[in-house]
Design a protein around this ligand. Structure first.
Ligand code: AR6
Length: 192
């Protein structure tokens, strides 16, 4: 596995960053930044379906037949198909509409939903892309701060999964997450 470029220990867990292609990650689960249809798309969604093969879409079709559509902020899990990851956790990030339409809360809900599902399935290592900062237009510095704070709070509260890695595709996104990690408040500190 590619070495992490930065990391933070929280309880017995590790929160870490790397730059690269999430479809190559041999984690228990990788997260997909999907849309409510779960029928695939561009960006990381397209890459995951291409690399993982049709078994992922078959599972998505069964889920959509049951629930209709996946609401923003929620998450479901499918097989990883041919991916090195065993499972794919699909979540739907908010479309950026200027910040006044509940986007921060919905983005945080994505990360919480994915980590809750991972804990329910007993998955120890989870890799996230930068949800919503591509086609959905969420400004990356703001998204990075929410992503890392939310994951850090979950790890502090639950002590699992043991390892959470953000796999950031491009240099600018990686550097925004690196800055946000450097500024991450201590999750054990009392709020002022
Ligand atoms: N590995 C890691 N990150 C990637 C990869 C990859 N292989 N490919 C792209 N990214 P986006 P969104 C990064 O657009 O904004 C889709 O069509 C990308 O550079 O994939 O949540 C869905 O079907 C960016 O930093 O997701 C939805 O309709 C980040 O992943 C919609 O786009 C997220 O970009 C979701 O938009």
């Amino acid at each position: 596995m590619t070495p992490a470029t930065a990391s933070r220990r929280i309880r017995d867990c590790v929160l870490e960053l790397s730059q690269g292609d999430i479809t190559r990650m041999a984690a228990d689960a990788i997260v997909n930044a999907a849309n409510s249809s779960l029928m695939g798309g561009g960006g990381v969604d397209g890459a995951i379906h291409r690399a993982g093969g049709p078994a992922i879409l078959d599972d998505c079709r069964r889920i959509i037949a049951r629930i209709g559509a996946l609401p923003t902020g929620q998450a479901v899990a499918t097989t990883g198909g041919r991916l090195p990851a065993r499972r794919v956790i699909h979540t739907v990030g908010p479309v950026w509409r200027g910040g006044g339409a509940g986007e921060p809360e919905l983005l945080a809900a994505c990360y919480r939903s994915c980590l809750r599902l991972a804990a329910d399935e007993g998955l120890d290592t989870v890799a996230f892309p930068s949800i919503s900062t591509g086609a959905f237009g969420y400004p990356v510095a703001a998204a990075a701060a929410i992503a890392l704070q939310t994951v850090a709070q979950c790890l502090h509260a639950n002590g699992r999964p043991r390892r959470v890695r953000f796999v950031l595709f491009d240099r600018a996104t990686h550097d925004a997450y690196r800055n946000a990690l450097d500024r991450l408040p201590d999750p054990t500190a009392d709020p002022a």
